[in-house]
Design a protein around this ligand. Structure first.
Ligand code: ZN
Ligand code: ZN
Length: 363
């Protein structure tokens, strides 16, 4: 039993409260970690503002690096069979699939498990915190987790907390990126920046990033963007003309929507090359419709693909990409803002204003 401090969203619109509650030890399949660093995700801001509504009160935070404090009696290895012990640093999938349904078993796509427990659903803030805005976080049984090698800097990994797994999933669903292909990334938040790096690493011929503000576009350049275009100082027509010119008039082989705005889809679809692909991953919490002429997709052999959540594979791959990429790219520089647990509200406010490249809470 230990007293654990956590930042609690009591209801949308009200400031986070700091609660301290006694929390029991790990049992059977559970793991308890001390949170070393918790990423602040745009989703946390959406949850607080009420754009996304889930049962409250809840402990926010779903991307973190933690040090193992307690292992349940059944836990001896991480999710790839590496032995684990108290003191090891881990990174985990913030969701528990059921592994007993059609999606989990036949589709082998746990991201579509209808029983997936994610975003601390069904958890009351009095219980051991699953959310990571807390001194200690509790990984329930069936949480996929992976040991973080000692040569992976924590800042470099949390820089793309849930963003790189999301981008990896989407690029995988889109069929990957071929050498020399023209890629357009819409959006320059952490997901767009992760997609930029991954496109560069995959050998894309050009990576054009449409985003804002300038500090994010500057980072996009450091991560492999060959052109960046500020969406606040250009018109849709100007951006379309730029993409056509960059792609020799053909359009992009792959467009990755990470803008989180429905008009991005309307703008981006005509910029896809014949036989190209448009993958949507940023509209999870953005309702709205966009007119599409199905004949256009038909006559240009265009694929439109959706991608939600991640799978444990993408969490594992994120560690591996970070392990090599941090030596050549300034991933740790992404972490521009640090907050204590008591300042969790300030962290969310800063993310809401779009100030940080990446904000973290260090409990
Ligand atoms: Zn997130
Ligand atoms: Zn399932």
């Amino acid at each position: 039993m230990r007293n654990v401090k956590r930042a609690v969203l009591v209801k949308p619109g009200s400031p986070l409260e700091i609660w301290e509650r006694p929390t029991p030890s790990a049992s059977h399949g559970d793991v308890i970690v001390s949170v070393q660093m918790s990423g602040v995700c745009g989703t946390d801001h959406h949850l607080q503002s009420g754009d996304i509504t889930l049962p409250n009160p809840m402990v926010l935070g779903h991307e973190a690096i933690g040090r193992i404090e307690e292992l349940g009696s059944d836990v001896t290895t991480d999710s790839i069979g590496e032995p684990v012990a108290v003191g090891d640093v881990i990174y985990w999938q913030p969701a528990q699939p059921c592994y007993r349904c059609y999606a989990c078993t036949v589709l082998e796509d746990v991201s579509m498990c209808p029983n997936l427990v994610t975003f601390q659903l069904h958890q009351h803030a009095d219980e051991p915190p699953v959310g990571t805005y807390a001194e200690y976080a509790w990984l329930p049984e069936r949480t996929a987790f992976f040991k973080v090698p000692a040569d992976v800097p924590h800042e470099a990994l949390i820089a793309f907390g849930c963003a790189m797994p999301t981008a990896l999933h989407a690029i995988n669903r889109a069929g990957g990126i071929g050498y020399g292909q023209h890629v357009v990334v819409q959006g320059s938040g952490p997901v767009g920046l992760a997609a930029t790096l991954l496109a560069h690493l995959a050998g894309a011929g050009t990576v054009t990033v449409l985003g804002a503000p300038p500090n994010r576009l500057e980072m996009a350049g450091k991560l492999g963007a060959t052109t960046t275009i500020d969406v606040t100082s250009t018109s849709e027509q100007e951006r379309a003309a730029a993409v056509k010119e960059i792609t020799n008039g053909r359009g992009a082989d792959l467009i990755i929507e990470a803008a989180g705005r429905v008009p991005a889809f309307t703008e981006g679809l005509p910029l896809v090359a014949p036989d190209g692909t448009y993958v949507i991953l940023g509209l999870w919490s953005a309702p709205g419709t966009s007119p599409v002429e199905p004949r256009y997709l038909n006559n240009h052999n265009i694929r439109v693909i959706g991608s939600a959540y991640t799978t444990p594979r993408h969490m594992y791959q994120t560690i591996q990409v970070t392990r090599t990429a941090h030596r050549r790219f300034p991933l740790a520089e992404m972490v521009t803002h640090r907050f204590s647990l008591d300042q969790a509200q300030d962290a969310i406010d800063a993310v809401g204003r779009g100030e940080p490249l990446k904000a973290v809470i260090v409990p």
